[in-house]
Design a protein around this ligand. Structure first.
Ligand code: IVH
Length: 634
């Protein structure tokens, strides 16, 4: 559904909740929240980070203004109008002029402490000109140009593209490797100061932030009537695609801080501010054909081919239909008049079909009976929505599998990107991943846009991958249900490829993180003659995945023990998790009778309570560092 429909329902629900408070425990708003990640220390917001209520028309905007006039007993209210940046909210804390902490919004009460990542924002000063302390909030985002550049890099290394700049910014802020974050060029606009020396109006506070060298948005304007607010909204609704970054509306704030205080807050948002949301732009066009994409696992994805139409300033002739369930839900026919929407993603989607305009003889779209590439009869497994080509030899699948094989988190063969893989297949230089290791410089150098130098480069990149860690190798094989993380666990716990190939599903399922479905999928994969042949070929060509030596020694106190981590620690949780696992412990998510230790940091909450009740031993970082010796010293 579109954002507007969603917000409409959400609003109706909240109104119903207000009338029936006894139903509130059932409310989706109680359980839908963005959980802070496990990897960063959690930090509680001293002042909660609220959201804004939305209006969708100038009429609703005027109603909001009328309500405020009544509350304040005056018709003279000045407003600040700002762009609503489509990124994610963060809070930044300076102490005595030094940038100390950066936190994501999280669920509004607590977020992830991502200071190192925020420090990569080039416009954010680490030191202020005066030794002042303040907390400011703003929006982290990726400019369109930086987003395109990031996706180009990802395509080149075979990684999936981000759907939109906001997702890319959110994903980047959560990376553990700040050098990669730096490369992605995150940007920031600060829009609200919540602590520290304040002026008497919001616009003056913004000006002061700017004087301190902090990044604020240059388009903010102070106006003195709701009609000027409406003009600002109308202007940006028409012109926002000209900005170098995405916005999804305008935020209007009462300018006087005294008035803000007077009107105060509701439970979820301030009464003194509102978001004017732009209507998602739509376009109507005609569906001419459906193209099928074939993925690495044979999944067939329908793509609508359309009469070109302009949407958000670009000419669109393709739209995603997601899967055939969606096609049958819309009861799509060839020649149908369809409505498209951008919905925050680069590839537009079909959101509605006008059945009334359908010609009586129009053909209904059916799931394909045969693979468009290799003509094998398609299958739909019980309980799955996707239709698949079951032929593992299907050339398109082979190609997609090789792309997965070379990608960064798999074999990391960075000199082999999508264009080269396509060339290699087209010239029949390879038919599968193992063939990469038989390539020769001479043959490669014959390819278009490739000289001896690049060919050597490619060969070196392939050569380096022969000794990738076992986990990365397992991930590269593309075992169904085994992602990058499971592959690593499998490698660490089983130690060698041989052990994994010989393991029964019962043995595999004994590994904490691996359930029955995954275990069976692994066994089935290694029993498949096709896969066996591929693995034999890889080994014969000298691929020797290495099980990284477990860093440090197994530690007697921890070996075979179960540990739970909670609270704010001085290092990311992932780091502790890895160290603990390397020391022979297994790390689980919740405290139970089986838990041996709780590693508790600051602000440990319910897990600490439960551990105390069950008599679970507590550990702190200092003790662990002592046990682990020099390895875990900071
Ligand atoms: S003010 C207490 N100003 O919109 C309210 N928010 O829907 C503080 N946003 O979570 C928010 N641009 O992530 C404000 N100029 C702006 C904004 C803005 C984007 C985001 C922010 C917030 C969300 C609310």
């Amino acid at each position: 559904m579109s954002d507007e429909v969603y917000d409409g329902w959400a609003r109706e629900w909240l109104e119903l909740e207000a009338r029936a408070p006894e139903l509130q425990p059932l409310s989706p708003f109680q359980w839908v929240s963005s959980q802070p990640s496990e990897s960063f220390p959690t930090r509680i917001h001293r002042i909660p980070m609220l959201s804004l209520s939305n209006v969708y028309s100038l009429e609703e905007l005027r109603e909001w203004d009328a309500g405020l006039q009544k509350l304040l007993g005056t018709s003279q209210i000045d407003y600040t109008c700002e762009l609503k940046i489509d990124g994610l909210a963060v809070s930044v804390i300076y102490e005595e002029g030094q940038l100390r902490v950066g936190v994501t919004r999280g669920d509004g009460t607590q977020g992830d402490e991502v200071t190192a990542n925020l420090k990569t924002v080039r416009s954010l000063p680490h030191t202020l000109p005066e030794a002042i302390s303040l907390e400011v909030r703003g929006e982290v985002y990726l400019a369109r140009q930086d987003f395109d550049e990031l996706n180009r890099r990802r395509a080149a290394s075979g990684e999936p593209a981000f759907k939109n700049p906001r997702n890319a910014a959110a994903g980047s802020l959560r990376l553990l490797d700040s050098r990669e974050v730096h490369r992605r060029r995150l940007s920031l606009f600060l829009y609200n100061q919540v602590d520290g020396p304040l002026e008497s109006t919001h616009s003056a506070s913004l000006k002061r932030l700017e004087d301190w060298g902090l990044p604020t948005n240059p388009e903010a304007r102070r106006v003195s009537s709701i009609e000027d607010v409406a003009a600002f909204c109308a202007h940006w609704e028409a012109h926002h695609s000209e900005l170098p970054y995405d916005i999804d509306g305008v935020v209007i704030k009462v300018d006087s801080l005294r008035m803000q205080e007077q009107v105060g807050f509701t439970a979820k948002s301030p009464r003194w501010a509102v978001a004017f949301k732009f209507t998602a732009e739509q376009a109507v066009t005609v569906l001419r054909a459906v193209e099928l994409g074939v993925g690495r696992t044979g999944v067939l994805t329908p793509v609508a081919i359309l009469d070109p139409v302009e949407l958000n300033g670009t000419l669109v002739s393709r739209a995603t239909l997601h899967n055939f369930d969606q096609v049958s839900r819309f009861d799509l026919h060839l020649g149908d008049t369809v409505t498209l929407e951008k919905g925050g993603e680069i590839i537009p989607k079909v959101v509605a079909v006008d059945a009334a305009q359908r010609a009586p003889e129009a053909l209904a779209l059916q799931p394909p009976a045969f693979c468009p590439v290799c003509d094998t009869r398609t299958v739909q497994e019980v309980g799955e929505v996707d239709w698949r080509c079951p032929n593992v030899q299907c050339p398109e699948q082979q190609q997609e599998r090789v792309l997965h094989f070379v990608s960064r988190k798999a074999m990391d063969i960075d000199a082999v990107g999508p264009a080269l893989v396509a060339q290699l297949f087209a010239h029949r230089l390879i038919a599968n991943a193992a063939d990469l290791y038989r390539l020769e410089v001479e043959a490669l150098a014959q390819l278009e846009r490739m000289g001896t130098k690049s060919a050597k480069n490619v060969m070196e990149s392939i050569e380096r991958s022969r000794t990738r860690p076992l986990g990365a190798f397992l991930h590269a094989l593309g075992i169904p249900h085994v992602g990058e993380k499971t592959a690593r666990v499998l490698a660490r716990r089983m130690g060698s490829l041989e052990a994994i190939r010989e393991a029964s599903s019962e043995e595999l399922a004994e590994i904490g993180e691996i359930g029955g479905v995954i275990a069976e999928s692994i066994v089935r994969f290694f029993q498949d003659p096709e896969q066996q042949r591929l693995i034999e070929q890889l080994l014969a060509h000298g691929v020797t995945p290495v099980q990284q030596e477990v860093a440090g020694q197994k530690i007697a106190e921890l070996e075979g023990k179960t540990v739970v981590i909670t609270g704010t620690l001085s290092e990311p949780r992932d780091v502790w998790k890895q160290r603990l696992e390397e020391a022979g412990a297994s790390v689980t998510g919740s405290v139970s009778r089986k838990t041996d230790f709780l590693l508790a940091g600051n602000n440990a909450g319910s897990k600490l309570e439960k551990a105390r009740k069950l008599g679970v031993s507590l550990l702190d970082e200092a003790t662990l560092r002592q046990w682990m010796g020099a390895e875990a010293q900071e």
